[in-house]
Design a binder for this molecule. Structure first.
Ligand code: IPD
Ligand code: CA
Ligand code: CA
Length: 267
């Protein structure tokens, strides 16, 4: 797996460099709306192609599941790619976005890489080998109660705005019980901040598999817990994410329970 991790690192750096080079000419980018308030640029596409090319050069038979170009090939090895996580930030020159690459073998996450090209921070993980920031071991925070915690989140959008009321109720409870809430705008990076102990907890509705695949392994290898909102099912299926160290994960789940109606709320 080390060779595959090296390939992912090289690919992520290449994609990050493409994004950074484009930052100085944002006004010349062609921006297409994928949906209302959801955009894609040539940068997302060029970064994705660079990643796929790097992977296929070493592993031509491996399958790809990438945000912009979808599924390609069939193999027990699947590379799950978000070439630019935080496109809205990127388009505004707001310096928080990342490249996320994970490798899944059959149904098991084996490798994860998230690269923040603005800070040049590289998060890496392999199953059973811990998680690292720039080569140094990272761990989730050790806080045991919500008081004093810093919680990350993402706001619902697209079809998930149907949960707005539920979400705002949950957000209100978090604001009342913690030291603060942040919405940085790159879910893949948020999960790495949690793995590194920079955030104590995280929740968001409606994420996609490429937003969370690498960050999931990062959190698990850093000693944390990541699940769906009710704590009992896979967030990789539902896209609804709750994460923290075990104590904070459970405390948030308890805080959210009154807001989540099993029949009508997100799981
Ligand atoms: C988005 C970011 C954001 C999250 C959105 C994602 P994109 O990814 O991860 O933090 O709140 O749900 O779609 O579209 O910039 O790759
Ligand atoms: Ca994304
Ligand atoms: Ca993206």
């Amino acid at each position: 797996m080390q060779a595959m991790l090296n390939t992912a690192i090289q690919a992520a750096r290449r994609a990050g460099d493409i994004a950074i080079r484009s930052l100085s000419r944002l006004d010349q980018l062609e921006i297409k709306a994928k949906a209302r308030n959801e955009y894609v640029t040539q940068v997302d596409q060029a970064a994705e192609q660079a990643i796929i090319e790097s992977i296929h050069k070493r592993y031509p038979d491996h399958a790809i599941l990438a945000e912009e170009s979808g599924r390609q090939g069939s193999s027990e090895f699947v590379w799950i790619i978000d070439p630019l996580d935080g496109t809205t930030n990127f388009l505004h020159g707001f310096p928080t976005f990342s490249v996320s690459i994970a490798l899944r073998k059959r149904d098991v996450l084996e490798v994860g890489v998230v690269y923040d090209p603005c800070r040049q921070e590289l998060y890496t993980t392999m199953r059973g080998r811990g998680a690292q920031l720039d080569g140094k071991r990272i761990r989730v925070s050790e806080r045991r109660e919500l008081e004093g915690t810093l919680i990350g989140t993402g706001f619902p959008y697209r079809s998930n705005t149907r949960w707005m009321k539920t979400y705002l109720g949950m957000l209100g409870s978090v604001m009342e019980n913690t030291a603060g809430v942040r919405r940085p705008g790159s879910a893949a990076l948020d999960l790495c901040y949690l793995a590194a102990g920079r955030l104590d907890g995280f929740f968001e509705f409606g994420l996609e598999i490429w937003d969370v695949a690498a960050g999931t392994l990062m959190i698990q290898e850093a000693g944390g817990v990541i699940s769906n909102l009710t704590g009992s099912g896979s967030h990789m299926d539902s896209g609804n994410v709750l994460a923290g160290n075990l104590k904070i994960h459970d405390a948030l789940r308890e805080l959210f329970t009154p807001h989540l109606n099993a029949d009508t709320g997100p799981a």
